[in-house]
Design a protein around this ligand. Structure first.
Ligand code: NOJ
Length: 772
């Protein structure tokens, strides 16, 4: 039963889409380390449902239309609060939050509290590594630590909803927001999404240290054409469901009670007017009973340009003629709350009168919002504990800092380490050189929340704290983090005036740490780049330092995969530190001096050249697989290799590991069965260290071409020298099945290849057969 073709595919079992697929089944079969994917969604609380119904019966149409409105900190007025506005975001002053909440609760007719929200993405005050960095840890406890602290700090000031986790799978390093997500893999992204939701919400997000999460951006926002922010996405059904939706499903299964629809269009249909993703999939298939808020002015952006009324906000997609049309499209597609623009609120009455929206749908949206407010405990505890909210001891505690430091160190990826260049000897004199060498501002990354530059530890400070030898510093050039005017290139390391001083510092030291990368403004929203190499003259700075002959290592702070071919050619050692957060300098020093042995792995592929983008490990095969030695195949004639510079799942250590003894407990399995996979990881070097055991599968013959590899399990292990451990994973239909182009989850009979190792290039392999 080795080969399968179309006929077999027709006979394949079609598993009806349900909450059991790619979430439930999968969760039940994970190893302990991935139990984060187990569903925790609670059954609706009937007491809450009755309260919601009672309130809804009392509400006027105007009050319902206020409830579906979400205003920014700059928009909210006393009058809005009195009228019963539904939500407010980005307001962080606890006194102001309390002020508006008192008006809403005491002066609005029905006393409905406001839901306050904030973009707590990788920390509120205690800033953790960017999510792409956290995903590099391949350890969901890093996300758990981040969201546990972030939820507590956020809730302390009276904010009960966070616009996180951002789970957009992305193959686009040009796109600045790749920094905010879990990288290119749906499975890794799912584990991290679930961990974040569970940590932020806990079992009951009415608790004073918990918040409700909003998983975003529904959907496929991570794949904008050309990597250009907000750009359109054209997507096959199978890709949407196999690559982009799984982390959303994982977040929903973990209990995320709100979601945000995306700016981008998917195959011509914008995220906030998309009935398929918002209603058919999210609300119906996945049984989501929370609410969907739009992204910022995304409802207004449904309108054609120029807008009939420019006061109603921006325009663009051209799927609505005017404001009423946009409100109709958004609400009817499943958007429950409108952020910043006010079309549903302003035109709702008119649309009801014209029967363009129904009262049932408006009631459904309001019911969803009220349900979450009840679950968040806002009716019982609407106000802010001002003493706690203004007490500095509530934020960035010593243990928060320790957690942020551990998370940052776990997130770092050692990309190169020729001749054991790292770790460095702290007793030798060290020159710290580079634009990010004594930087606090950029360490916080693109979503710094309420993080403060002065809370951040620069690399120079961190190195000084651990070095016993002399430490000097030369910046070489500056990284400005300033928005360039008129699309001129950002002025990041634009001058070599400081290079001579940098060379002199290198010559005066035993060893050099070069701190290079991007400004935080070059990552995140609205920060697409058309080149993804080191900005400005940083490569020249490397070359100047190399020419001194002094031993040097490169530390990178950045929010996306960069094209590092030249850096790789020049530098003996490269440590990818991402934007590590407030404990940046301490955590990098921990790794540089060997206190921590780096064990992170890349959650995203690093290309050799920009022209390879999109390049990702779980690509589909082609009829002409790449071969640099012959002509008519899928290759770039100007690149020496078919491969990326650094593949997904790759990362070095100060020790070495061996992966062997791959074993499957059976050679064939029914569609409903489970295959247990075990293999050994051994530390073959002289230091204790972490490795990430990775399990991939490939379906060689299927009705639609399957990715050459798919990650289906991982476990970060810590091993002393000479020690071994056996890791164990279970594979079932949720792993070897896939979605087809009709949106059906299919499990086809035939061979499945299993690969075990510690990167996506793992070559230890065995197979089993799925029987008919
Ligand atoms: C726009 C961003 O796309 C979204 O991620 C964020 O949550 C909202 N602005 C609110 O700040």
């Amino acid at each position: 039963m080795g080969r399968r073709g179309r006929r077999a595919a027709v006979a394949a079992v079609v598993v009806v889409l349900s909450s059991m697929v790619a979430g439930g089944v999968l969760a039940a079969t994970r190893s302990d380390d991935e139990s984060a994917l187990a569903p925790t969604r609670q059954a609706a609380d009937q007491g809450i449902e009755r309260k919601v119904d009672k309130l809804l019966r009392k509400m006027t149409v105007d009050e319902k239309l206020q409830q579906v409105q979400l205003l920014s900190d700059g928009q909210i007025t006393d009058a809005d609060a009195k009228a019963g506005v539904g939500g407010v975001f980005s307001l962080t002053d606890p006194a102001k939050i309390d002020h508006f909440q008192h008006i809403a609760v005491e002066q609005s007719r029905l006393h409905i509290p406001i839901l306050f929200a904030y973009d707590t993405i990788h920390g509120y005050r205690t800033v953790f590594p960017i999510p792409l960095g956290a995903a590099s840890s391949f350890d969901p406890s890093v996300a758990t630590a981040d969201d546990t602290i972030a939820a507590r700090e956020t809730a302390t000031v009276g904010i009960k909803q966070i616009y996180s986790p951002m789970v957009d799978v992305s193959h686009e390093p040009r796109w600045g927001r790749i920094a905010e997500g879990g990288g290119e893999d749906p499975y890794l992204g799912s584990v991290f999404a679930a961990a974040r939701v569970k940590a932020a919400q806990g079992d009951d997000y009415s608790a004073p240290d918990k918040v409700v999460t909003s998983v975003k951006h529904l959907a496929a926002y991570g794949q904008p054409e050309g990597g250009r922010e907000y750009n359109t996405t054209d997507m096959s059904e199978q890709r949407l469901r196999n690559l982009y939706l799984p982390p959303f499903k994982a977040a929903i299964d973990a209990g995320s009670d709100t979601a945000m629809c995306s700016f981008n269009a998917i195959s011509g249909v914008p995220g906030c007017a998309n009935h398929e993703t918002e209603t058919d999939i999210l609300k119906h298939e996945w049984a989501f009973d929370g609410f969907v808020e739009s992204d910022y002015t995304a409802v207004a952006e449904l309108r054609a340009c120029p807008p009939k009324n420019p006061d109603e906000g921006p325009c663009g997609h051209g799927v609505a003629a005017d404001g009423p049309d946009a409100a109709q499209a958004a609400l009817n597609a499943g958007t429950d709350m409108e952020m910043v623009s006010t079309n549903i609120r302003d035109f709702g009455k008119q649309l009801l009168a014209q029967h363009r929206i129904s009262m049932a749908r408006l009631d459904d949206a309001v019911r969803r919002i009220l349900r979450i407010k009840f679950r968040a405990g806002l009716f019982d505890h609407p106000y802010v504990d001002q003493a706690k909210a203004t007490d500095p001891a509530s934020f960035v505690t010593a243990s928060d800092r320790a957690a942020a430091r551990g998370a940052a160190a776990k997130s770092m990826v050692l990309l190169k380490n020729d001749g054991g260049a790292l770790p460095l000897d702290p007793a030798k004199s060290t020159a710290v050189i580079g634009p990010l060498g004594d930087d606090q501002h950029d360490m916080l990354g693109p979503w710094w929340g309420q993080g403060k530059d002065e809370d951040a530890v620069s690399l120079l400070t961190g190195i000084k704290a651990q070095a016993s030898g002399a430490v000097s510093f030369a910046q070489g050039c500056t990284i400005a983090d300033k928005e360039p005017p008129n699309n001129t290139p950002a002025d990041e390391c634009g001058s070599d005036a400081g290079f001579d001083a940098a060379v002199a510092a290198a010559q005066g030291a035993d060893q050099v740490v070069l701190a290079l990368g991007e400004s935080r403004g070059q990552s995140g929203e609205a920060a697409s780049r058309s080149e993804i190499d080191l900005p400005g003259l940083q490569q020249e700075l490397i070359d100047r330092i190399k020419a001194t002959g002094k031993p040097f290592v490169v530390v990178l702070f950045n929010g996306r995969p960069l094209t590092l071919s030249k850096v790789d050619a020049a530098a003996p050692a490269i440590l990818e530190a991402w934007f590590p957060g407030i404990e940046a300098g301490n955590a990098v020093a921990d790794v540089l001096f060997g206190k921590v042995n780096p064990g992170g792995k890349l959650p995203v592929t690093f290309p050799r050249a920009l022209g390879q983008v999109p390049i990702y490990y779980n690509h589909e095969p082609t009829g002409r697989p790449c071969d640099v030695n012959s002509k008519y195949n899928s290759r770039y004639r100007d690149l020496p290799s078919c491969d990326p510079l650094y593949p997904f799942g790759y990362g070095l250590s100060y020790t070495t590991f061996k992966v062997d003894n791959l074993n499957l407990d059976k050679s064939s399995v029914s569609r409903k069965g489970t295959v247990k996979v075990t293999f050994d990881v051994t530390n073959t070097g002289a230091r204790a260290g972490d490795d990430v055991a990775q399990l991939y599968i490939h379906d060689p013959v299927a009705s639609i071409s399957q990715p050459v590899r798919r990650l289906r399990g991982f476990q970060r292990v810590t091993l002393d020298p000479g020690k071994s451990t056996t890791v164990s994973f279970n594979l079932d239909a949720s792993d070897f099945g896939f979605y087809d182009n009709r949106g059906r989850f299919v499990v086809e009979p035939g061979r499945i290849d299993v690969y075990a190792g510690d990167s996506s290039t793992a070559d230890l392999t065995k197979s089993f057969v799925v029987t008919g």
